[in-house]
Design a protein around this ligand. Structure first.
Ligand code: GUN
Ligand code: FE
Length: 436
């Protein structure tokens, strides 16, 4: 990580300061002072002329991508076992893999591969599930810290309906382990870019007692929350039978203080949320992590994103690896556009498909708002940027900056085209070999 605090970069800039309103500037300057953006300039103002400059020439510069939801332990089996629905997939694929993270050596190996891929992705911010294991979760946090990305990582809680090796013995043990994990981070680690987040897996795996205790821990330590919500029809039925007195799925979190308000909360999926759940999320300011790739792979369904945008709700994108097959948020953006078109075509003609600029907003400023002023090059925003060289990808006709950005996303140029990445003003290393 290079730590020049004040500098200028130059290239073809694209961002979405407002939903649906993209701003593109050919060969412009972006100024970073003390980790924050001072804005985009066609001509560099006098006061910045002496600052160090990096000229990215004809490359594209966009804000760093934000992944609001993914599972680090599942990276190991990405792209396999995609022929079942959620509950079978959890039992047959996910839980057997997650059991392995009881072994710190396995965790170091597998999380090392995950961290390398994250480092070499266009993602600058991520909100991550680990497993129930304390030690492995700390290993993951150390590795994420070393990437320079800014992330939240959660030790998962689950005290029911899982294989014995993965299930925590009681709600109290799960809670004490969580407290130990938080205390360990506070007392023995000095993470600057990696934060804990309370992570009940989902209601089928968490007893009411556990949710109650986690609500207390959350309050005590003032931490954010992440979980899953209304993802799959069978899961919805299961939750209704497990918590018959909850008004709706999300009410099962809300009654324990794990659903927005004081608790900054991300709920992944929200495909089948009934109107009263949507209204509660809106009131409580819950962030929705829309994960279109996962939703296709697990045949979960399509989230009604237009409805959420019309209600001005908080929403970003997640890769949901390994329900999603790739950590690429470029892919999540194009998937979000594509599934919104199917939703409009097959399900609801009133729900206008997302434009590219809208999906781009979700991947940057939408999800970025969970981290503060993140996801755009407006003045005062954290300086998160990725530089994509698309000049080697041939086209015979002239193209605007906006067209080039859209094409880079659809063609997946975050792989071969990624040339630089900055998070909160620090230039991150892209060094290392990986297999993809
Ligand atoms: N619901 C509970 N656990 C999981 C998980 O690991 N992935 C997804 N997609 N949904 C879940
Ligand atoms: Fe998930």
């Amino acid at each position: 990580m290079e730590n020049a605090k004040d500098f200028v970069i130059r290239g073809n800039v694209y961002h979405t300061p407002h939903l649906g309103a993209a701003e593109a500037k050919e060969y412009a300057y972006i100024v970073c002072i003390d980790g924050k953006c001072r804005g985009i300039f066609e001509e560099l103002p006098k006061e910045y002329r002496e600052l160090p400059k990096k000229d990215y020439k004809d490359a594209l510069i966009v804000p760093g991508m934000v992944d609001l939801h993914l599972h680090a332990p599942q990276f190991a089996f990405r792209g396999t076992g995609m022929d079942s629905e959620l509950l079978t997939w959890l039992k047959e694929r996910t839980f057997p893999e997650e059991e392995k993270y009881a072994d710190p050596d396995y965790a170091r190996l597998a999380y090392g591969m995950f961290a390398l891929r994250m480092r070499r992705s266009a993602t600058t911010r991520a909100v991550i599930f680990a497993t129930v294991h304390k030690e492995a979760t700390i290993i993951l946090m150390e590795l994420m810290e070393s990437t320079g990305l800014i992330s939240y990582v959660g030790k998962v809680n689950m005290d029911r309906d899982a294989p014995p090796a993965l299930q925590e013995k009681t709600a109290l043990i799960s809670t004490y382990d969580t407290i130990d994990w938080i205390d360990d981070i506070r007392n023995h680690h000095h993470f600057k870019r990696t934060y804990p987040i309370i992570t009940p897996r989902f209601i089928p795996c968490c007893s009411n007692t556990l949710l109650d205790y986690l609500g207390e821990v959350r309050r005590l330590y003032d931490l954010p929350v992440q979980s899953h919500l209304s993802e799959n029809p069978e899961e919805m039925k299961l939750v209704a039978s497990l918590m018959p007195d909850a008004a709706f799925y999300g009410d099962g979190y809300d009654r324990y203080g794990l659903f927005g308000g004081e608790a900054r909360t991300i709920m992944a999926h929200c495909i089948y949320s009934p109107e009263d759940e949507v209204e509660r999320m809106r009131e409580r300011g819950v962030w929705i992590a829309h994960c279109p790739n996962s939703n296709m792979n697990l045949a979960s369904g399509i989230a009604p994103v237009r409805r959420y945008l019309d209600k001005k709700m908080r929403i970003g994108l997640g890769s949901d690896v390994a329900g999603g097959q790739t950590v690429s948020i470029f892919r999540a953006v194009t998937d979000a556009v594509q599934v919104s078109k199917l939703y409009w075509r097959y399900l609801d003609h009133e729900a206008e498909p997302l434009t590219f600029a809208e999906a781009f907003y979700l991947a940057t400023r939408g999800g970025g708002s969970f981290f503060g002023n993140v996801g755009s090059f407006e003045e005062g925003y954290d300086f998160d940027a990725v530089v994509i060289d698309d000049t080697w990808s041939l086209h015979p006709q002239p193209m605007s900056v906006s067209e080039r950005v859209e094409r880079a996303f659809y063609l997946g140029l975050d792989r071969k085209g990624l040339v630089a990445k900055y998070a909160a003003g620090a230039k991150l290393s892209l060094e290392g070999d990986d297999d993809e």
